[in-house]
Write a protein that binds this ligand. Sequence first.
Ligand SMILES: [Zn+2]
Length: 503
Amino acid sequence: MTAGAQITGGQRHLLLPMQPTPNGALHLGHMSGPFLQSDIVARRLRQLGADVTVMCGADVYENWVLLPARQAGVDPAELCEDNAAQIRRDLAYFGIDLAYWANPLSRADREPYEELHNRLLGEAIAAGGLELRTERVPYSRRTGTPVYGVWLQGVCPGCREPAGGNSCENCGYHYQPDEILEPRSRDGETDLDWREERSWYTASASPAALAEELARRVPQEEFRSLALAYAEGAAPRTRLTAPDAWGIPNRVDGHGATICNTFYGYCHYLASVFAARRDLPNPLTAAGAETRVCVFAGIDNLAAALIGPANIANAVPELRNFDEVRLSKFLLFEKRKFSTSRVHGVWLRDLATLDRVHPDELRLYLATILPVSEETDFDLRDCVAFVNRHRGALRQALSRLARGADVEPFAPEHADTSPARLASDYLAFLEEPSEADARWLSRFACVATPLLPRLSAEIVARFGPGGDAVLPSPLGDDLSVEDLAPVARRQAPPPSTGTAGGR
Ligand SMILES: [Zn+2]
C-alpha cells in the first residue's frame, strides 16, 4: 500500500473528490470511491497536524441529466437541484464533511463558475496552447438542435456493440460524433444534418511528458500504465468546447456553443473558492503551490483526472496540475456492478431509514473493502457478520475499561493515511488485551475518529468522566440479515444501450 506515501502532515491540503452527476441519489458504490476515502484521509491528516479542506460539487453540465429531466417533464436545472439536495443528504448521513458544495446552476455559483471557465479558455487560447479542430456535427432536421452526447446513439466503432453518448460503456472507447457507426438520434432520426464546425482542444501531450507527469502524481503504477495505454490508443488531447446546447456558455468566441465542464475546470473553481475564503493564491496556480491539491476519482474518470488536467496545465503556463491523484476501482454489489439505471445496489437514502445500523459502522466496513487496487464486493451477509464482530469486540474492550477515564490528546503512531491501514489498526487495537487505564480511551479516540467520527465521539463522551458508560444504540444488540434486507435492491438487467453516468 503506497497510497499516503506522498501526503504528510504539517502542510495545507485541499482535497477534491470527483463531482457526482446529479441524475440520482448516491449508493454505497459511489461512497466507497472518492467520498469515503477523501473524508477518512482528511480526518487522519488533521490528526497529523495538517490544515485540511474538502470541497465538492455537482456535475450539472453532464448532458445525461437531460434525459431523466425530459422523461420526468421537468426543467433540467430543477432536476439537478433536487438530486443535488439528495446527494448532500446522502453525504451528510455518511458523515462526509465538506467545507463547500458548489452547484454551478445556483445563484451563488452560476456567474463565477461561468466567468472562471471563460477566463481559463481565453487564457489558454491567448497562450497559444490550444488547437482549433474541424469536426462534423450531426443536427436534427426536425428541431435544428445538435444531436450530441445523450441524444446520439449508434454502434461503437471500437467493439461494434450498441452505444451512445461520447463513450462506450462496453469497451470504454471515447469517440467523436462522426466516428459512431449507424448514427441516429435518440428519437430515431437517421437522416441527420451533418455540419462542419470547429471546437477548441488542448494539444496532445507527448507520451514521455505524460509519463513524467503521471509518475509524480499517481501513487498506483497500474493506473499510470492504464493512462499511458489510453493515451497511446487515442490522441491524448482534451476537448474544451462543444457544439452542445447544454453547458457553460462560451462567451470567448463562437467555436463551440458551450465550454466543457472538465474535471480540471471544476477543481479550479473550488480552488478559487478556497483561495477567496482563506485569502490565499489559488492552489492550482503557480503562486498557490504551497497548498497541496489531492483529487479522488473512480477509474471511469481516468482520462478526466489524469490526462485532461496534464494537458490543460501544459497549455497555460500559470496553471498547476494536481499534486496527487488517487484513483479507485469499483465496488460490486453481490458480484455485479452497482447500477442506477438497472436499480442494483444499496442506496444511502434507504439506509438512512434504518435504526438498526449506524452509518459509521458501514463506513468502517467499507474501509476494510475499499476497491483501491482491485474490484471488491459488498455482500450483505459479510457486512452483517462484520458489524456483529465489531460490536462484540467493542463491548468486550469497553467492559475492561475503568469508567470515567480522562481523555487526553493521543498522537497518531504513524503518518499513513490509507483507509485500509487505519481500519486494520483500529480493529487490531480493539482485540489487544488492555489494562483498563485512562490511556485506552485516549488511544481509542485517536484510532477510531477517522473511521467512526460520530460513534467514537459518542463513546468517548459516554465512557469518559461523567458519562453513563452505556454503549450507544444500536451497538448493544446484534444486527441481523433481515434488518438490512429491505435496503438491498436487486434487479435483472435489461439489454443495455449505453446509459453513461448511471453508475
Ligand atoms: Zn465499445
